[in-house]
Design a protein around this ligand. Structure first.
Ligand code: ATP
Length: 331
């Protein structure tokens, strides 16, 4: 294999840049030419790619986002779109493709390999940490630290005003950021889509209990995809509070949606080293003929998990940590 391409796709995550850097420089070191594709699969279809040299990926290791830009491409989800992409890859003589993105991006790579036989390999680039085949995905650690910083700051103002805050974290189907952020931030309750066992009555009780115990604030962390969202919780609790005016539990409740700040920022040391090891490993696997899978780090070992296996298995959240958070919040 003498010429490979690399792209980032789907939602961006901090650490995509160090991954691009590692892919590019490892491939150049092995005597391979590297093409960077701009805006993910949309760029493949529009033939928006150019050669990357050693210096082109300099000065990016500490930068959030992705220098190759990213996009979502509905056209690539059709066989005709993938045929166009393949024509452009053939035209450039590209023999292998490295895709950095989430599970949707992995599905795209799998389709390209299945239909056209192009060797592809994926790196897990998503803050959701929801991909089977790796303990951590690139960007999740930095996002978690952003969530934690926000929880700490919100606690300060919550205490000053004696408020309850419902903080919403990103993750459509994944409760990873909510669970780990809530656990590390000492939240009074955590709501995640994987374990939808907390009712609005439970949340009300948690807030009342906090007030009775003399706490100055109460923080609830809810994942974006949880069965109750932050705004709904805020509205329902404030309604209950107004109705029970004789027995007001006093904390005024506010919802804060953290949103896209979780996707940005300089990648943490963990994400930079993970991205570097996975990026370099991906090229070594690709050049040695191992492809068609997700490169991950599992129990500190570099692994390649076949696409079928990644897609067939949901990533399992550690339910024990959820139970632990309930125990710790009880006192
Ligand atoms: P994130 O986890 O951050 O959302 P993602 O990679 O899962 O990232 P998606 O929007 O789901 O993000 O997918 C990115 C792109 O991958 C899509 O815009 C589309 O071009 C391609 N893709 C997704 N699913 C498929 C599929 N089933 N077949 C072919 N291509 C796909």
């Amino acid at each position: 294999m003498h010429r490979i391409a690399v792209l980032t796709s789907g939602g961006d995550s901090p650490g995509m840049n160090p991954a691009i850097r590692a892919v590019t420089r490892t491939a150049l070191h092995a005597g391979c030419e590297v093409f960077g594709v701009y805006r993910g699969y949309a760029g493949l279809i529009q033939n928006d790619m150019r050669r990357l040299e050693y210096k082109d990926v300099g000065g990016i290791i500490q930068r959030g986002g992705t220098m190759l830009l990213t996009a979502r491409s509905p056209e690539f989800m059709t066989p005709a779109g993938r045929e166009k992409a393949m024509e452009n890859l053939r035209w450039h003589g590209i023999e292998g493709l490295v895709v950095i993105g989430g599970d949707g991006s992995l599905r795209g790579a799998a389709a390209l390999t299945a239909e056209h036989g192009l060797p592809t390999i994926c790196l897990p680039g998503t803050i959701d940490n929801d991909m089977y085949g790796t303990d951590m995905s690139i960007g999740a650690d930095t996002a978690l630290n952003t969530v934690l910083e926000a929880i700490d700051k919100i606690k300060d103002t919550a205490s000053s005003h004696q408020r309850a805050f419902i903080i919403e974290t990103m993750g459509r189907h994944s409760g990873y950021l909510a669970l780990m952020g809530g656990l590390a931030g000492g939240a009074e309750a955590i709501l995640i889509p994987e374990i939808p066992d907390t009712t609005i009555e439970d949340v009300v009780e948690v807030i009342k209990r906090s007030f009775r115990k003399g706490k100055t604030n109460c923080v609830i962390v809810a994942a974006e995809g949880a069965h109750l969202n932050a705004q709904t919780i805020q509205d329902q609790i404030n309604q209950i509070d107004a109705e029970e005016s004789g027995f007001s539990f006093s904390f005024r409740t506010r919802a804060t949606i953290l949103g896209h700040i979780q996707r940005g920022g300089s990648p943490s040391a963990f994400d930079r080293t993970l991205a570097t090891r996975l990026g370099s490993g991906a090229v070594e696997f690709l050049l040695s003929g191992k492809n068609g899978g997700l490169v991950g780090m599992q129990s500190r070992k570099l692994t390649v998990t076949p696409y079928d296996e990644v897609l067939a298995n949901p990533k399992v959240l550690d339910a024990k940590l959820y139970e632990l958070s309930k125990i710790l919040d009880r006192y």
